[in-house]
Design a binder for this molecule. Structure first.
Ligand code: SIN
Ligand code: MN
Length: 200
């Protein structure tokens, strides 16, 4: 298994074998049965192209009042617990005993994308964000710790895990596009991205 470092992001290529990827997808299916995917509006009033859900104490939400963590799904129910196979990725890849409080679930249909942004709604940036890619390949773009400047991109494949921490914790990143039909993991295609975060 290769680990690449790009602008301070640690990219663990092929961290999850196929069997583990399937177990994680099954666990995500259980999460979205209880906490169905929804399409948040950006604060600017445009719907995001990804569909989202979450597990853990907190989920992430956005509407015209802004971006924030919330303790309930829009349906008023608490988020389900973070599944064990997902927590196990955090525990294998970090040596941090503190456990994540949010597993954000992003589903990218073939035409979805995510603009360059920083993950900065958490209280303490000493904790990394751990990102898991499942399904179709995504062109992941990495910028700088301030907006603008040159960027570099890398294709993320199913089973890759990215650790965004240390000096790169506030580095801008986003997903330019998905390459449809590049994985058979999800029968209907598309990509699931999980991000594990310590929120409080
Ligand atoms: C994110 O930045 O929250 C998602 C990154 C990704 O989909 O790889
Ligand atoms: Mn992010």
């Amino acid at each position: 298994m290769a680990v690449l470092t790009l602008r301070g992001f640690e990219i663990h290529k092929g961290f999850l074998d196929l069997d583990t990827q399937k177990k994680v997808v099954d666990a995500v299916r259980e999460v979205v049965k209880v906490a169905p995917l929804f399409q948040p509006d950006t604060p600017y009033g445009k719907p995001m192209s990804v569909r989202m859900s979450a597990a853990g104490r907190y989920g992430w939400f956005s509407d015209k009042s802004g971006y924030r963590y919330v303790s309930e799904h829009p349906n008023g129910q608490p988020w389900p617990a973070i599944p064990e196979p997902v927590l196990s990725i955090w525990n294998q890849i970090t040596d941090i005993s503190r456990q994540p409080e949010c597993c954000l679930v992003n589903y990218y249909a073939p035409d979805a994308r995510m603009g360059l942004h920083q993950d900065k709604d958490e209280v303490d940036f000493q904790w990394p964000v751990v990102s898991v890619s499942l399904g179709d390949e995504a062109l992941f773009r990495i910028g700088n710790t301030t907006r603008g400047g040159k960027t570099e991109s890398i294709w993320l494949q199913s089973g890759d895990v990215v650790v965004m921490g240390g000096d790169a914790r506030l580095t801008y990143h986003g997903v330019d596009r998905i390459k449809a039909s590049t994985s058979t993991l999800l029968p209907k295609g598309g990509r699931i991205n999980l991000t594990l975060r310590v929120v409080e």
